[in-house]
Design a binder for this molecule. Structure first.
Ligand code: ZN
Ligand code: ZN
Length: 330
């Protein structure tokens, strides 16, 4: 596992082996997708469907679902994670002081002194500023350290081995679209291959190709069942403006724990991830609002201390208001 150092992890030969192993789940998914394409297009449509009109219709629908699904998957896998800007990194002199701090209190004061000008509202359970001991930097709101990526990731949701990437601020929209389109892709295959699946059991299909259709139906149905709960769960999280990590451990603000601290109402929460341009909502292009560092919070968490970022996000957003015009100002 890649841990610790931001740069050194892959310099050793074993580091490269680890890097290669991490691609195995992605390779597995790619193989399943390629096989499903062959099984559907060649075995089902070209060699089994008897009616030309039906075949054309199936192929058109299939390719639309296939292209958008693969596009969303590609974007989820290859979008770089959002990393923390340099201004959150503790300067050398502060770091020296921190290493020689005699007490917890002194440690806390050094970080608080440095973070006074930073736009952070989240706190630890003890009420301290969130600080990453590995990256030596203050964590922006909703950012967490990912031990697999070896760095702090903006609005980290979880590290997903199936995409070999952190699902976070930069690719969260792509991830949800990937789940949604994968589900549509599987359901489409199940529905259009159903009658041929029945023919198989009746003994009406001949040749070895019929086994491809049998497995295609089973695999698509199995993936659809496992995807539906995950997709619904992430729709719920979007509606409540929570990451998976925040669903397990509610964010803490100066005023205390608040699981709905970032929630601005379902529609605004949706826009925060999918953007304000309806035409792009369901396309795998980046349209999420904000910069991944500062987020609108509910009014009770406002603080006058952070006016250095202007009359923006953290000081102006009403409890259930539309924080998005303001977010774009940041
Ligand atoms: Zn970190
Ligand atoms: Zn990660």
């Amino acid at each position: 596992m890649a841990t610790g150092s931001e740069f050194g992890s892959y310099n050793r030969p074993c580091g490269w082996c680890v890097k290669a192993v991490k691609w195995i789940p992605v390779l597995f998914i790619v193989c399943v997708i390629i096989w499903s394409y062959y099984a559907y297009v060649v075995q089902l449509c070209f060699l089994t469907v008897p009616n030309f009109f039906e075949m054309t219709l199936y192929l058109i629908g299939y390719h639309v679902a296939f292209i958008i699904f693969v596009w969303a998957y590609y974007q989820t896998v290859f979008t770089p994670i959002g990393t923390v800007p340099r201004k959150f990194k503790l300067p050398k002199e502060d770091l020296e002081k921190l290493l020689h701090a005699d007490s917890e209190e002194q440690h806390r004061q050094i970080i608080e002194g440095f973070a006074a000008s930073l736009p952070v509202t989240n706190r630890t359970v003890t009420g301290a500023i969130r600080y990453c001991e590995k990256c030596h930097q203050v964590k922006p709101d909703r950012a967490h350290h990912c031990s697999v990526c070896g760095c702090c990731v903006l609005k980290m949701d979880h590290h997903c081995p199936w995409v070999n990437n952190c699902v976070s601020f930069t690719n969260y929209k792509f991830f949800i679209l990937f789940l949604g389109y994968a589900l549509i892709y599987c359901i489409y295959i199940v529905l259009t291959s159903l009658q041929y699946f029945i023919q198989f059991w009746r003994g009406d299909l001949q040749g070895m190709g019929r086994f491809h259709i049998l497995f295609l139906f089973f695999v698509a149905a199995m993936f659809a069942v496992s995807l539906v709960s995950l997709f619904c769960y992430h729709c719920y999280l979007v509606a409540h403006n929570r990451s998976t990590l925040e669903a397990f451990r509610a964010p803490i603000f100066r005023t205390g724990v608040d699981k709905n601290g970032f929630s601005l109402g379902a529609y605004n929460n949706f826009q925060e991830v999918f953007g304000d341009n309806r035409a792009c909502w369901f396309l795998p292009v980046f349209t999420s609002l904000g910069d991944g560092i500062v987020y609108p919070v509910r009014s009770q968490h406002h603080s006058g201390q952070y006016n250095s970022i202007g009359v923006t996000v953290n000081s102006e957003v009403p409890e259930q208001g539309t924080g998005f015009g303001l977010m774009q100002v940041v």
